[in-house]
Write a protein that binds this ligand. Structure first.
Ligand code: MEV
Length: 299
């Protein structure tokens, strides 16, 4: 028997970096998925675009850690993914959660979704050194979620376009940028603390705007959030160039998503094709996607 599970990536509508300091954020599962097929075997093999290995913490760290966490069962695992790696779209959480879920079903281990999300977070922490539970939670349960309350919010009825700068995707990037913001905060607490508080306030306002389906105002606040992420030093010229291209093409709003320092931006829009063309013309690799309520599922 083969079991295939898929899990989604995510974007932040508001709140990355501030969420590290307990401020609220809004994270949304998007319809870009990582698929994992698991089959019982007499040895461990892990195959992906980057090669075929055994248990290998350099080449396939998240899948190897998931196999180990669930008891090192002998299994053959195939990975395919729509999510660009290390670019702020939650690729590592998606591969971890889909692997845990597929092994859980194939070997009849009986873990529930909350346990899979908790194990996924532990794996991200082991491998990255630090990680908030946001990515693994959203990848497990899907939808639009306020963090840290885990309240499920209205799914926006408009489109999203992701623009990838194709720069800065290194495994330790998030940890480095989180540390960089921490240093800025320590050096200038009276200036940086209010910025972090303000970033937290977008999620509070965002909840009621989502309820009212007021995408214009949501977009406006995404623009302000982008400016404050830039102020925290996690922006890049390439990211801002894609953000401005999207806004000039009529997006409701556009901002960095994830840790920044390269990686991806996201635009909220009801004219995805126009916004996608503008991002592409500005040098970005475009993904037109949509919000999804589906977390990890068996396919
Ligand atoms: C990275 O996707 C989001 C950060 O807020 C870090 C985290 O929450 O773990 C920068």
């Amino acid at each position: 028997m083969t079991t295939t599970c898929s899990a989604p990536g995510k974007i932040y509508l508001f709140g990355e970096h501030a969420v590290v300091y307990g401020e609220p954020a809004i994270a949304c599962a998007v319809d870009l998925r990582t698929r994992i097929s698991v089959e019982k075997s007499d040895a461990i093999t892990i195959s992906s675009d980057i090669g075929t290995t055994g248990l290998d913490f350099d080449i396939h760290p998240y899948v190897s850690a998931a196999i180990k966490k669930l008891g090192c069962m002998e299994t053959s695992i195939k990975i395919t993914s729509d999510i660009p790696m290390g670019s702020g779209l939650g690729s590592s959480a998606a591969v971890t959660i889909a692997t845990l879920a597929a092994i859980n079903i194939e070997f009849g281990l009986g873990h529930d979704s909350a346990e899979l999300a908790r194990m996924g977070h532990e794996i991200e922490k082991e491998i990255q050194g630090a990680a908030s539970p946001t990515d693994t939670y959203v990848s497990t349960f899907g939808g639009v979620v306020e963090i840290p309350s885990r309240k499920r919010l209205e799914i926006p009825g408009c489109g999203i376009v992701v623009g990838n700068t194709n720069k800065g995707a290194t495994p330790k990037k998030t940890a480095r940028l989180v540390k960089q913001v921490a240093t800025l905060k320590e050096d200038y607490p009276e200036i940086v603390n209010p910025i972090i508080k303000t970033i937290g306030s977008f999620a509070v306002k965002g909840e009621s705007l989502l309820q009212k389906k007021d995408y214009c105002s949501l977009g406006e606040l995404m623009n302000v959030n982008h400016g404050l992420l830039d102020a925290l030093g996690v922006g890049t010229a390439e990211l801002s160039s894609l953000v401005y291209a999207a806004r000039n093409a009529g997006a409701f709003g556009a901002k960095i998503t994830g840790a920044g320092g390269g990686g991806c931006m996201v635009a909220l829009t009801d004219s995805p094709d126009e916004v996608a063309s503008a991002i592409e013309a500005a040098g970005g690799k475009v993904i037109i996607t949509k919000f999804t309520s589906k977390g990890v599922i068996r396919e």
